[in-house]
Each structure stands twice: as structure tokens, then as C-alpha cells.
Design a protein around this ligand. Structure first.
Ligand code: SF4
Length: 126
């Protein structure tokens, strides 16, 4: 099911609740772009211990209302094994009309497999 963006027209004018969220889910990355702001923290680029847990992410999701637009960001977001589960949490709790999954594209098989899992969360969505 795809959620209509028109649900948010009142929120656009009232500006009471955020309807756009860019959510950083990992700083881990399998690339080393010279312009990346994470390069200064090179030691922690492969570090998982500072990542939010799924339960912490669920609480953050519940602290927001309906979203028009949800963009995940990193790091390379497909390095998080639980990306499909995280996607489901936000889709269920925040009903975004648009979800973005930016990637550096260096893991095409993994990206395809996980994207297929994610696409099952919202059957019929483009
Ligand atoms: S792909 Fe993105 S996160 Fe990874 S090194 Fe390049 S700019 Fe940084």
C-alpha cells in the first residue's frame, strides 16, 4: 500500500510537526570517498558499537507522527543487516509516502536482495 502525500497538506502550512526525516543509521562504509566527512573519524568507520539498536530506533520512530518523506543515510546503509526491519518499523509507525535508500552501489547482490525484502513491506508501491 502506498500512502498519499496529500495527508500532509495541513502540516505543511501549520509547521507544527516534522514531515521530513533524514535518519542516519550507520557510519560504516565500504568506500573511502576523499570528500567524506566521516574520513576524519576513520577509526570508527567500521565500528558498529555506537549504532542505535533496533529498539532505540523503534522509540525514535514512535516519537514522530506521520511522515511525508523518510530518507535513510549513512555510511553505506546496506551494511546494516536489519535495514529491512528498520524500514518496516518506520513504514508501520510513520506511514511515509516517500522512502529513500541511498547507496554507493558497491554491493549489488546484497542491495538487490535487501531491496526485494524491503519492497515486500509495501506491495504495489512503485
Ligand atoms: S559512500 Fe558516502 S559514506 Fe561512504 S565514503 Fe563515500 S561519501 Fe562517505
Amino acid at each position: 500500500m502506498m500512502y498519499s502525500p496529500f495527508r500532509h497538506i495541513n502540516a505543511v502550512f501549520s509547521k507544527k510537526n516534522p514531515i521530513h526525516l533524514t535518519f542516519f543509521i550507520t557510519r560504516r562504509c565500504n568506500a573511502a570517498c576523499p570528500f567524506c566527512f566521516y574520513l576524519k573519524a576513520a577509526d570508527s568507520r567500521q565500528d558498529m558499537k555506537n549504532e542505535l539498536s533496533l529498539e532505540e530506533i523503534r522509540k525514535i520512530s514512535l516519537s514522530f507522527g506521520d511522515l511525508l518523506w523518510l530518507a535513510f543515510s549513512g555510511g553505506e546503509i546496506y551494511l546494516r543487516e536489519d535495514l529491512p526491519v528498520i524500514s518496516r518499523v518506520f513504514y508501520k509507525n510513520n506511514r511515509p509516502a516517500i522512502m529513500l535508500f541511498p547507496t554507493n552501489g558497491l554491493l549489488p547482490v546484497r542491495i538487490r536482495e535487501m531491496t526485494e525484502q524491503i519492497s515486500k513491506i509495501a506491495p504495489g508501491a512503485p
